[in-house]
Design a protein around this ligand. Structure first.
Ligand SMILES: C[S@@+](CC[C@H](N)C(=O)[O-])C[C@H]1O[C@@H](n2cnc3c(N)ncnc32)[C@H](O)[C@@H]1O
Length: 303
């Protein structure tokens, strides 16, 4: 399924298929038409995942399998009702964020999905090569909702990064991010703080990552306005939010990627660039028609 020369990807795939052999057909589709550039990117990112996983790589792969099965009900609910099952943050906190064992499995699953879901890989590559690479020397970085820690690791590894922090509402995400940064041997001392973005302190950063958090909020526009206040004038923010993406803790339904762009504008950001990434095996047009999950990435700036 993977040509020779992509050792990290082949190793991770071997572990994944060992615990989830039924996933072979999906993964064959995932890599069927992958270009050499995409395979190279996926292989490099698989190297990061392997280093973060350490000797727990089988657990990460098993948790990915668990996550795929855990979320099937949400897909059914979405197809039947045209909306997400939950709409209140308190319910998502009680069901998911406060449950440390479940949340640990969840962030492990999301970590593996960075490699197995084409849109996640594409977004992560764009984050590394366009957003982080475009940040100026000495940038002060914040990530809200780092989850598994891979985005925070990639940003803080930039030679231009002067300092980095991570804020997350879930203690399990904070622990996973701390472990990921330790295993990757980061050059900065990174503060990781348990924090709800709806109640932020008065601080300023030159660069902010807000990836797959917006759809977890009851009032996403209010959060974007808070982030606007946290961004120094001229700073850049990377927002990634999926449209039509039912998950057990997704509260706000974006019905198209354009709705994310419009909300960013309403919060006061100037739009620098966008990327709309459809899921494995679908074009953007097919994804729009069939209401499949599309990752909407927006790089914004505070004028
Ligand atoms: C789906 S994970 C995203 C992980 C990673 N950023 C990514 O894009 O793969 C969502 C993360 O956002 C955190 N989160 C959800 N609501 C939050 C809030 N109100 N304030 C801060 N973090 C929040 C969750 O605990 C979780 O770690």
């Amino acid at each position: 399924m993977i040509p020779d020369g992509y050792a990290n990807l082949s190793t991770l795939l071997e572990h994944q298929l060992a615990v989830y052999p039924e996933h072979r057909r999906y993964l064959e589709k995932r890599f069927k038409d992958a270009s050499p550039e995409h395979l190279r990117l996926t292989d490099e990112l698989a190297g990061n995942v392997l280093r973060i996983a350490g000797d727990e790589v089988r657990t990460i792969c098993a948790d990915y399998k668990w996550m795929v099965n855990w979320t099937l009900n949400e897909e059914l609910y979405f197809r039947r009702n045209g909306c997400y099952r939950l709409s209140k943050f308190a319910d998502a906190y009680a069901e998911v964020y406060s449950n440390i064992p479940l949340m640990t499995q969840y962030v492990n699953g999301i970590l593996a999905s960075q490699i197995w879901w084409r849109n996640h890989t594409e977004v992560l590559g764009y984050f590394r090569d366009t957003f982080v690479a475009g940040n100026p020397k000495g940038f002060r970085h914040l990530e809200v909702g780092p989850g598994h820690g891979l985005f925070l690791q990639l940003a803080s590894a930039s030679p231009n990064c002067a300092s980095a922090e991570g804020w997350d509402v879930s203690p399990a995400s904070i622990a996973a991010t701390r472990e990921a940064l330790t295993r990757m041997g980061n050059r900065h001392k990174i503060d990781l703080v348990e924090m709800d973005i709806t109640k932020p302190p008065a601080r300023q950063f030159d660069s902010i990552t807000f990836s797959e958090v917006l759809e977890h909020l009851e009032e996403p526009l209010a959060a974007l306005k808070s982030l606007h206040g946290l961004l120094a004038p001229g700073g850049r923010i990377f927002v990634n939010a999926p449209a039509n993406s039912p998950m057990p803790d997704h509260l706000y339904l974006f019905r198209s990627p354009e709705e994310v762009v419009d909300m960013m504008k309403e919060a006061g950001f100037d739009i620098v660039d966008t990327l709309f990434a459809p899921p494995t095996g679908a074009s953007l047009e097919q994804a729009r028609k069939q209401l499949l999950s599309v990752s909407a990435v927006v790089i914004g700036t505070r004028p």
